[in-house]
Write a protein that binds this ligand. Structure first.
Ligand code: IPM
Ligand code: MG
Length: 388
């Protein structure tokens, strides 16, 4: 797919046709900010989009997704003002911090944020507060995007790319709703200290307040309601106190959603069930760390982590949209990366971030169209396809 990244307009859909990635680095500092109320062309809606390409393959896949957004938007009367800002390792190299204030401000003032990927070997030995990944945590926390939607769908065209047997993988269509701003990722106390025996101890705290559980559970019930009406809450309530409260609060909310069938599952069992019989799942709701792990697992069912988009949403303010894969420094700059997760994240941006469902559908259709034509990147290639 990597060579099929420039878009071409057709009447009904965008066609993804051969072309090369263009690097974003030339215009990475295209400041100053555009003013939000810039006059739109008559009849056009105008949105400010913050683009945070990041590291590794991030700039390549963001460049493609930007083109696709522009084409889909223009077909639906939408105009975008893109503002590209450095984040992660790229920002560390430029200004010495993973999330510069200017980047955060541009993100916060935008209508939606599209992020590529963060991290790389170069910064692996940095002190914790100077690690590129910290940018992600600050963004998630300070934008208050507590609800992370991670769909995992096995497309019929890619069923052979799944690591699971065809009959197990085909038809899988689930949504993982991951809590994103709480739990062990942010809980206090945390850190590495010395105990009374003079030994080093590392501490992280899994902690959830009732309101944090309630708000993510509501997002999950609402999500399930719009899908097949089944919600599975994943926890470790046989061991963890935070999970006991999680289960209690989720159960208490169920009466408000009588049309949703709620079940509970321990996370170890869920990890097993995901590869034993993934079709049993419709919507899954879980905490931050379990959602991190299970969504990587679910991505393999779909054929490649290069396929999975995500949306992170809060109660107000812009949403953050990003592929769930990392920065893949080993293939960066070689035009090999699968851009579909980022392109599909752009579709989620339109749908969940801007409420522009028609434009989102154009992107989803274009992806299916490209796959139907047999175009594949290496990660989803099988014999008979066009390796691009
Ligand atoms: C993810 C990633 C991040 C996370 C890493 C890069 C910090 O794995 O978004 O799933 O753990 O949340
Ligand atoms: Mg992860």
């Amino acid at each position: 797919m990597a060579a099929f990244l420039q878009t071409n307009i057709s009447l009904n859909a965008i066609k993804i046709v051969p072309g090369k990635y263009s690097s974003l680095t030339d215009h990475q500092f295209r400041a100053p900010y555009r003013i939000r109320c810039a006059a739109a062309s008559p009849g056009k809606k105008r949105y400010n989009i913050a683009l945070l390409p990041g590291d590794g393959i991030g700039p390549e896949v963001i460049s493609v997704a930007k083109n696709v957004l522009q084409k889909a938007g223009s077909l639906e009367g939408l105009e975008f003002d893109f503002k590209e800002m450095p984040v992660g390792g790229a920002a560390l190299d430029l200004v010495g911090v993973p999330l510069p204030e200017e980047t955060f401000t541009a993100a916060k003032l935008s209508d939606a944020i599209l992020l590529g990927a963060i991290g790389g070997y170069k910064w692996d030995k940095n002190e914790k507060h100077l690690r590129p990944e910290m940018a992600l945590f600050y963004l998630r926390r300070d934008l208050k995007v507590f609800a992370n939607l991670r769909p995992a769908t096995v497309l019929p065209q890619l069923v052979d790319a799944s690591t699971l047997k065809k009959e197990v993988a085909e038809g899988v269509d689930m949504m993982i709703v991951r809590e994103l701003t709480g739990g062990i990722y942010f809980g206090e106390p945390r850190g590495i200290t010395i105990n009374e025996n003079g030994e080093e101890v590392g501490v992280s705290t899994e902690i959830y307040a009732a309101h944090e559980i309630d708000r993510i559970a509501r997002v999950a019930f609402e999500t399930a309601r719009k899908r097949r009406g089944k919600l599975c809450s994943v926890d470790k309530a046989n061991v963890l106190d935070a999970s006991i409260l999680w289960r209690k609060r989720v159960t208490a909310l169920a009466s408000e959603y009588p049309d949703v069938e709620l079940s509970h599952m321990y996370v170890d069992n869920a990890a097993m069930q995901l590869i034993r019989d993934p079709k049993q799942f419709d919507t899954i709701v879980t905490n931050n760390i379990f959602g991190d792990i299970l969504s990587d697992e679910a991505s393999m069912i779909t054929g490649s982590i290069g396929m999975l988009p995500s949306a992170s949403l809060g109660e107000s303010g812009p949403g953050l949209f990003e592929p769930i894969h990392g920065s893949a420094p080993d293939i960066a700059g070689q035009d090999k990366a699968n851009p579909l997760a980022t392109i599909l994240s752009a579709a989620m941006l339109l749908k969940y971030g801007l409420g522009e469902e028609k434009a989102a559908k154009r992107i989803e259709d274009a992806v299916v169209d490209a796959l139907n034509k047999g175009f594949r990147t290496g990660d989803i290639y099988s014999p008979g396809n066009v390796c691009a």
